[in-house]
Design a protein around this ligand. Structure first.
Ligand code: FAD
Length: 566
């Protein structure tokens, strides 16, 4: 019972008898769980983690793996530093510089963590097991399918590209979600140039080949457009001088501005910079279909439909739900939701011992909204239904301290009702704020507050938070009364998850970037680009990738980008 040597032996037995041999089992055992005969005697709880992205990896990095029997599943045996994917598309950094093998990450943990390179095809919450399919098409002796049983399940499956069912997108567009996507784009860009210089083409055909279209004016689309522009200006123009006047980059955005989740100053700065650089920004346009040669869109203001020829389209319009998550949501009565809804402790609603973190999850805001209304009620001492501007400011500060994630929404320019109130407060002579009016505005934005932004920052913080809950679980069981300050009946043993926003960057090309930092701080220009370099170098998951990324940047400064098509 708990002897360290014994438990190590047990884990080794589990790997050899239940684990690796499971691959070699005969076809008759399709889907049989990897079960250790002594499992029931083991006092360690089995934790299965699905996904090795930002959320899954940060959970594993901080989990006390010696306290659990941990198994990790992912079809990719590496962690990818996604913020640098746009740089991979143009060879500014190499694909291998931004990935870290999962086995490197888990071998540093105290305890035995098992990794299975497989795809989860089904989550069965009723029987507490997950069905997996090994990620190999050939050369696999025995079973491709097996299953794992769990005591706790951590779903960190991320999201997939959202095409909004637009015809032709899957067949004719590139995506920018995975490392393979970035590598494919890199080769296709070079293909476009090589094709455009072949003899016998009309000028129209050359222009079409060299028209690069990006659908989506969010951070990823804008960064890719900027990278591509730099690549062309700094490197390709010297190699393909004969077609340099035919190259065009277009960004199509359905909203009124690009980078519209950022501060107004940043989207204006980006639009002006793109105009100066000759990048065509088409706002208020919705793409309705894509063929191999043309992209068709509807101009919202005029209701007109027009088509433009293209050589390459990159589709970057947000994220959707993965099929395995969608199937699980149907099982647990969340079919009407966009992502898995959790409570503030990241437990999937309506499910025992299942947690969801990162892009595939969203914390239910209902409790937060109730709390916000309570804060308002308490501030309105005379029950008049109005607050003075100062009282109102205190209320908003209080809300932001308790729920930092709400700040994003309170100040988001999409939320016209709320923003108008902020504008009133900032400039006008309005002396009172009608509580009902503000409550109404907030309840209207409730649906948009359903999720925190789908970013690496949120995913990583959730992974870290959840691992700290797991690490303290035993301690809390032994001391159910909790620390004195939380000691009251009905209290949860852990503080709820709180997101801390550290700001966000938008690289704009030409060694310039924009950043929105906490406290309404906006920074733009060359110095921000250097801040971007230092932040992204420091955020690398290992010293190995840090050195590789920095040396790639240096190589690019000295020799330019490599345009070989390999
Ligand atoms: P992911 O990182 O996508 O990880 C999902 C994991 O699940 C992967 O390991 C995947 O292999 C695995 N998986 C998938 N399907 C299965 C299955 N069926 N079974 C088992 N495992 C499975 N965020 C920022 O904060 N800042 C940025 O600058 C930024 N830039 C970005 C640039 C690009 C090009 C992209 C695509 C995203 C960027 N993001 C950025 C967003 C950020 O990458 C995501 O929010 C983050 O990756 C979410 O983490 P996650 O762990 O939820 O999902």
């Amino acid at each position: 019972n708990g002897h360290p040597v014994a438990s190590k032996l047990l884990v080794l037995c589990t790997i050899s008898s239940g684990g690796l041999l499971a691959y070699a089992e005969s076809q008759s055992n399709v889907g049989s769980p990897i079960v250790d005969p002594n499992q029931n005697e083991s006092r360690k709880k089995r934790v299965v983690v699905l996904g090795t992205g930002w959320a899954g990896t940060s959970f594993l990095k901080y989990l006390d793996a010696s306290a659990y029997d941990v198994q990790v599943v992912s079809p990719r045996n590496y962690f990818a530093f996604t913020p640098l994917l746009p740089s991979v598309t143009c060879g500014t950094v190499e694909a291998r510089s931004i990935v870290e093998p999962v086995r490197n990450i888990i071998k540093k943990r105290n305890g035995e963590i098992k990794f299975w390179e497989a795809e989860c095809v089904k989550i069965d919450a009723a029987n507490k097991n997950v069905s997996l399919r090994a990620n190999f098409d050939q050369n696999l002796v025995g079973n491709k399918e097996f299953s794992l049983e769990y005591d706790y399940l951590v779903i960190a499956l991320g999201a997939q590209v959202n095409t909004f069912n637009t015809p032709g997108v899957n067949e004719n567009c590139h995506f920018l979600k995975e490392v393979e996507d970035a590598q494919k784009i890199r080769m296709s860009v070079i293909d476009c140039f090589e094709m455009a210089v072949l003899p016998g083409l009309s000028e129209e055909e050359r222009r079409r080949n060299l028209h690069f279209v990006i659908v989506g004016g969010g951070p990823t689309g804008v960064e890719f457009a900027a990278e591509l522009h730099d690549y062309f200006q700094e490197d390709l123009v010297k190699l393909y001088p004969m077609v340099k006047d035919l190259v065009k980059i277009t960004v199509i955005q359905s909203g009124d501005h690009i980078l519209n989740m950022f501060d107004d100053r940043i989207s204006n700065f980006a639009e002006k910079k793109f105009t100066r650089d000759g990048i065509d920004v088409q706002t208020g346009c919705r793409v309705v279909s894509v063929s191999d040669k043309e992209i068709t869109m509807k101009v919202k203001s005029k209701g007109e439909v027009c088509s433009i020829p293209h050589g390459l389209v990159v589709w970057s319009t947000g994220v959707g739900t993965r099929p395995v998550v969608r199937d699980f949501m149907q099982q647990i009565g969340q079919a009407d939701k966009r992502v898995l809804v959790t409570d503030e402790w990241l437990r999937v609603k309506g499910c025992e011992d299942v947690y969801a973190i990162g892009d595939c999850a969203s914390i239910s805001q209902r409790k937060i909204m109730e709390d916000i209304f309570t804060i308002f009620k308490a501030a309105d001492k005379d029950n008049s239904g109005t607050l003075t501007v100062d009282e109102f400011r205190d209320v908003v500060d209080d809300i932001i301290i308790r729920y930092p994630q709400v700040e994003l929404y309170l100040k988001s320019k999409h939320l016209q009702d709320v923003t108008d109130l902020w504008k009133d407060l900032d400039g006008s002579d309005k002396k009172e704020v009608n509580v009902e009016e503000f409550k109404l505005a907030l309840s209207q934005v409730d649906s948009q507050m359903k999720s925190l932004p789908a970013t690496a920052q949120v995913a990583a913080q959730q992974g870290t938070y959840l691992s700290s809950c797991f690490n303290r679980r035993e301690h809390c069981k032994e001391h159910p009364e909790g620390p004195r300050r939380f000691k009251s009946s009905g209290q949860h043993e852990f503080l709820p998850f709180r997101y801390k926003h550290f700001g966000q960057f938008a690289p704009l090309g030409g060694e310039q970037a924009a950043a929105e930092l906490p406290g309404d701080w906006v920074s733009m220009g060359h110095s921000t680009q250097w801040l971007w370099y230092s932040v992204y170098a420091s955020k690398q998951v290992s010293w190995r990738t840090r050195v590789l990324v920095v040396s790639d940047w240096t190589r690019r400064f000295i020799f330019g980008r490599d345009s070989s098509r390999i």
